[in-house]
Ligand binder design. Structure first.
Ligand SMILES: C[S@@+](CC[C@H](N)C(=O)[O-])C[C@H]1O[C@@H](n2cnc3c(N)ncnc32)[C@H](O)[C@@H]1O
Length: 241
């Protein structure tokens, strides 16, 4: 509880994360690697070059390294995080650490087989009620970030997004022809369900996902949105207990 912010909007601020990482050693949002390892193994090969977005002080990169994934570039905009995590993993050749914003990636086009994020977009979008009521600032940030992710992926590469947000609300953020990828959805967790979305670069969106692009906000009942708010609150309580 010591790291709970007084306001959810603090999850978007780099100062919050820098402060938190001065005292918190390690924390895994949405569970650790063993919980979803079986799903990652279907889409990520040991020899793949992996970009980890918003790595935080999570054990995910270290655990993946131990499992044989040896090419992992880790990005976070918190300088404290990058300083601590690079020192912690100095004995892992092939693992690199970069202080960088996910909406301005300084990697060349088509440089990764896999881009992975866990709870990073959740933290950035935490204040948004739904995809239909997103602030222009968040919508623009998200579009820039997804465009950057798509640019950095090789043809056939995968963007893996691990989140607590259900398909009703998250899929439409990823369903866009401009990003040039298909979407697959998986889930894990007992009691509380988490989702793994796998976007494959160069594949076409399925018809249902393509249709999401054209659907307008008023096509959805307000009750759909109510379900989401409750889920988000429950998540925010659970992860800090
Ligand atoms: C909720 S934590 C998730 C940490 C880790 N991925 C995990 O699963 O435990 C979000 C992380 O994203 C980072 N972050 C937030 N916004 C970012 C941005 N715009 N660019 C880069 N990193 C960002 C934060 O510093 C924080 O480490």
């Amino acid at each position: 509880m010591a790291h709970l912010p007084d306001d959810n909007k603090r999850y978007k601020e780099v100062d919050y994360w820098n402060e938190r990482y001065t005292t918190e050693h390690s924390y895994d949002w949405l569970g650790g690697f063993p919980k979803f390892q079986h799903l990652l193994e279907q889409h990520v090969k040991k020899e793949d070059s992996i970009l980890m977005l918003g790595c935080g002080n999570s054990s995910l990169s270290g655990d993946m390294y131990s499992a044989g994934y040896h090419s992992i570039a880790n990005v976070d905009y918190s300088s404290k995080c990058i300083e601590t995590m690079s020192a912690r993993h100095s004995d892992c050749p092939g693992m690199t650490w970069h202080e960088m914003d996910i909406s301005r990636l300084s990697f060349p086009d088509a440089s990764f087989d896999v881009v992975l994020e866990k709870a990073t977009l959740d933290a950035i979008l935490v204040e948004e009620k739904s995809p239909w009521e997103m602030s222009p600032q968040s919508a623009s940030f998200l579009h820039k970030s997804l465009t950057e992710i798509s640019r950095c992926l090789k043809a056939g590469g995968r963007f893996v997004s691990i989140t607590f947000v259900s398909p009703l609300l998250r899929k439409r953020l990823y369903a866009c022809r401009e990003y040039d990828w298909s979407i697959r959805k998986y889930s894990y967790g007992e009691g509380f369900e988490y989702f793994v979305y796998v976007m494959t670069k160069g594949e076409e969106l399925g018809p249902e996902d393509a249709a999401l692009q054209e659907k307008r906000p008023q096509d959805h009942k307000p009750s759909d949105l109510f379900v989401h708010s409750e889920t988000a609150e429950e998540f925010l309580c659970n992860i800090h207990l």
